[in-house]
Write a protein that binds this ligand. Structure first.
Ligand code: NAD
Ligand code: UDP
Ligand code: UDP
Length: 318
């Protein structure tokens, strides 16, 4: 496929920086737009001197007038600590941000991709979750600014698609981990690895019997580009994630094992509305995109541990 000029909102974040890197490696030009709320310059530092990379500091809740061939909309704080810091801004980023990116795509007549989330399923009563499940979200709880913001963004994407014939691609991302996760954003994989490497107690919320299914970042980004490059009639929403499901306690034990840490497990209260189980049904991604994850949890954790070893300034392990 020919080289394109591609806008990535949230491009300085965890997933966005990996996407920018992948698109540049494929020969495209990337315009990275980010307000640096949770993004970090160090995530894209290695791209700043690249001829095909451009960075614009901008908040997508405000209109944006640029010229591009394709848009990936990833801007939004993603971890509970960050999205609950300023809940009103979180909803504005999802909803006004979506309206602005859809307006931009409409003016330019270009394809637009939305990073939605498994949180649209809330605390699911159907397991594993297929795309046809409407979800079980508390609209008033502390997670609602994120969950309902993302649900409304999906509504906007499908209404622009039906009303304005816009080409859309909506992905529902399940828990993803890997290098460039924030060390302090409270997500379980980064928390456990950092705690294990520092020899601090591993904080399990509740009894650790709740489950999640963890996807390695490289696999996820492959799913993004497969969906974006798929035929126009494939619009989603489509689940992208790794269906191998673990209890949080199993994750803690595996992290201790792989780091060789002497950390002990401690049990803390479960946060409000914490989903009890989560696992993607990825049959749509497999059949429509020919996509499936390939990196097993052990391998992905080892690569993530190596990243945190380095960022925490610790010696490399053998
Ligand atoms: P992240 O916090 O690392 O990245 C989000 C980026 O968006 C940051 O660089 C931040 O500065 C930027 N941003 C936030 N608000 C903005 C605004 N108003 N204008 C411009 N930039 C803004 O998070 P991430 O894990 O990389 O998540 C990226 C996307 O994927 C998000 O939309 C998130 O909801 C979605 N997602 C992530 C996961 C996951 O497991 N990481 C799971 C489901 C969905
Ligand atoms: N918009 C934008 N960049 C553009 C075109 C539109 O940011 O290149 C914004 C615009 O400011 C508007 C939103 O996108 O608030 C939705 O645009 P649309 O054309 O759908 O709606 P309208 O402008 O008619 O309200
Ligand atoms: N969790 C935990 N200890 C931590 C951080 C998180 O036990 O230090 C739990 C959390 O309660 C949830 C799961 O791990 O059940 C995943 O949490 P995360 O915030 O990473 O993702 P999300 O809840 O958004 O899926």
């Amino acid at each position: 496929m020919e080289n394109r000029r591609i806008l990535v909102t949230g491009g300085a974040g965890f997933l966005g920086s990996h996407l920018c890197e992948r698109l540049i490696a494929a020969g495209h030009e990337v315009l990275c737009v980010d307000n640096f709320f949770t993004g970090q310059r160090k995530n894209i530092h290695h791209l700043l001197d690249h001829d095909n990379f451009e960075l614009l500091r901008h908040d997508i809740t405000f209109p944006l007038f640029v010229e591009v061939d394709e848009i990936y909309n990833l801007a939004c704080p993603a971890s509970p600590i960050h999205y609950q810091f300023d809940p009103v801004q979180t909803t504005k980023t999802s909803v006004l941000g979506a309206i602005n990116m859809l307006g931009l795509a409409k003016r330019l007549k270009v394809k637009v991709f939305q990073a939605s989330t498994s949180e649209v399923y809330g605390d699911p009563s159907v397991h594993p979750q297929p795309e046809s499940y409407w979800g079980n979200v508390n609209p008033l709880g502390p997670r609602a600014c994120y969950d309902e913001g993302k649900r409304c963004a999906e509504t906007l994407f499908f209404d622009y698609h039906r009303q304005h014939r816009l080409k859309i691609k909506v992905v529902r991302i399940f828990n993803t981990y890997g290098p460039r996760m924030h060390a302090r954003d409270g997500r379980v994989v980064s928390n456990f690895i950092v705690q294990a490497l520092k020899g601090e107690p591993i904080t399990i919320y509740g009894e650790g019997q709740q489950t999640r299914s963890f996807c390695y970042v490289d696999d996820l980004i492959g799913g993004f580009t497969s969906l974006m490059d798929s035929p126009d009639n494939i619009v989603g929403p489509i689940n992208i994630g790794n269906p191998n499901e673990f209890t949080i306690r199993q994750l803690a034990e595996q992290v201790i094992d792989l780091t060789g840490s002497a950390s002990k497990l401690v049990f803390e209260p479960l946060p409000a509305d914490d989903p009890k189980q989560r696992r993607p049904d990825i049959s749509a991604a497999e059949s429509l995109l020919g996509w499936a994850p390939t990196v097993q949890l052990r391998e992905g954790l080892l690569r993530t541990i190596a990243y945190f070893d380095e960022t925490l300034g610790r010696p490399r392990r053998a």
